[in-house]
Ligand binder design. Structure first.
Ligand SMILES: NC(=O)c1ccc[n+]([C@@H]2O[C@H](COP(=O)([O-])OP(=O)(O)OC[C@H]3O[C@@H](n4cnc5c(N)ncnc54)[C@H](OP(=O)(O)O)[C@@H]3O)[C@@H](O)[C@H]2O)c1
Length: 377
């Protein structure tokens, strides 16, 4: 591939994109990277550029202009996409990358978009030698890795159940909340795309419902997130690591009954109200693009994922934890995913297709993230 840039970061003017830009900028010398920031608004991109120590080039591209997407994709080995909601804006960006044999990474957490990309583009990505990896942020790197590492601590040939328990005290950006409302709307209107992943007949049956878990000391709430889809895809595609009969369930943990109610009631209300256009408009007006938790608030945020695995003769546990999940740690996980992919390009060891983070980056990403302060044991 003779492309001008190693990385183009699309959506660098967004709340998350700007944090990713800052993180990459701090690493370009140690990683020896030639990169550019991209978006539709040159003025905003110049402001981002001015705030960075190593001034990257600027590339103008708009998701409503397919020619500009192709021009952008043709210039880079890896395109990092932070333009969301991905259900609205993502699919043409993925296609432009695959058409140009450009590797594509994003930070979507939208189940329907992820299923749609997998169903539509797996074969084309293989044919065009492109590696496409959705969910390279808090969705779904901790879940994907915690489950994969736990599975490997259990006997390969025994059916296994894996339960991921998440805790966080984090706040969300305008873009994330807009994206969540849109995803709930698509689910309510039955517009969501699904991938059916065949479950082995011996896979343990799990009760995916609200319950008090003595193991983690709190109320466990199943949430409509993308992680279970990604983990199930990894398990299905990596039987050499997982074995063949695997079940996965994921829960958000709250310590008290009142906190559990305070978590589920807004989700239940939003699931009902998203059907109404006036409610969606009010929410989209309220959750402004470019806004999110400030540095002080992010510094107080933490997350922990505990994955508990059980098979007939063994039990295992993996803990994956860190600081602010949605933004500081997402910037780190996203950029380190891109750096891992660049290493793989150099070593000629890139896998092609629409892959999960674990399939695409394997242990190399764990090594990098541990060095960057994430706790993975
Ligand atoms: N998975 C995770 O853990 C995770 C974490 C963080 C964020 N996210 C996701 O990442 C996405 C971005 O979040 P955010 O908080 O950064 O949102 P944001 O602040 O609203 O940023 C959105 C970005 O999209 C760009 N954009 C919008 N329309 C565009 C168009 N027509 N052409 C080109 N660019 C366009 C915006 O550019 P302008 O500045 O020009 O408007 C901006 O750069 C959301 O979908 C969010 O859910 C996921």
């Amino acid at each position: 591939m003779s492309k001008k840039y190693d990385i183009i970061l699309f959506g660098a003017s967004g709340f998350t994109g700007a944090l990713v830009a800052r993180y990459i900028s701090a690493h370009i010398i140690s990683e020896n990277i030639n990169w550019a920031i991209a978006g539709r608004d040159e003025k905003k991109l110049k402001e981002i550029q001015n705030g960075l120590t190593n001034s990257p080039d600027i590339v103008i591209a708009d998701v409503t202009d397919k020619v500009s997407l192709h021009q952008m994709a043709s210039k880079s080995k890896v395109l990092m996409n932070a333009v969301g909601p991905f259900n609205w804006y993502g699919k043409d960006v993925v296609k432009a990358c695959i058409d140009n044999s450009t590797h594509y990474l994003d930070i979507t957490g939208e189940p329907s978009f992820v299923a749609d990309v997998y169903n539509s583009y797996y074969q084309l990505a293989v044919e065009n030698k492109a590696c496409v990896v959705n969910c390279c942020g808090f969705d779904s790197i901790p879940a994907d890795y915690a489950a994969w590492l736990t599975a490997q601590k259990l006997p390969l040939n025994e059916p296994k159940s894996l339960m991921g328990y998440f805790r966080t005290n984090a706040a969300f950006s305008g873009g994330t909340l807009t994206t969540a409302i849109q995803a709930l709307y698509m689910e309510a209107e039955k517009k969501s795309v699904k991938v059916r992943i065949k479950k082995h007949k011996d896979a343990p049956k799990l009760d995916i419902k609200i319950h008090f878990s003595k193991e983690v000391g709190g109320w466990a709430i199943p949430m409509p997130v993308v992680d279970p889809h990604i983990v199930k895809r990894s398990a299905f595609r990596l039987p050499q690591d997982y074995g063949i009969a695997v079940s996965y369930g994921q829960f958000f943990v709250r310590t008290t009954f009142i906190k559990m109610l305070k978590t589920i009631l807004p989700v239940i209300s939003a699931r009902f109200l998203v059907r109404f256009k006036t409610f969606r408009k009010r929410m989209f007006d309220k959750f402004q693009p470019g806004t999110g938790p400030d540095e002080e608030r992010r510094a107080k945020s933490q997350f922990e994922v505990v994955c508990i695995g059980k098979s007939k003769t063994a039990e295992a546990i993996t803990i994956f934890s860190g600081g602010d999940p949605g933004y500081n740690e997402t910037a780190k996980m996203f950029a380190q995913s891109a750096f891992t992919l660049l290493d793989k390009i150099k070593n000629n060891s890139v896998h092609y297709g629409v892959l999960t983070p674990v399939e695409a980056f394997g242990m190399d990403l764990v090594t990098r993230l541990r060095k960057e302060g994430l706790h993975i044991v």
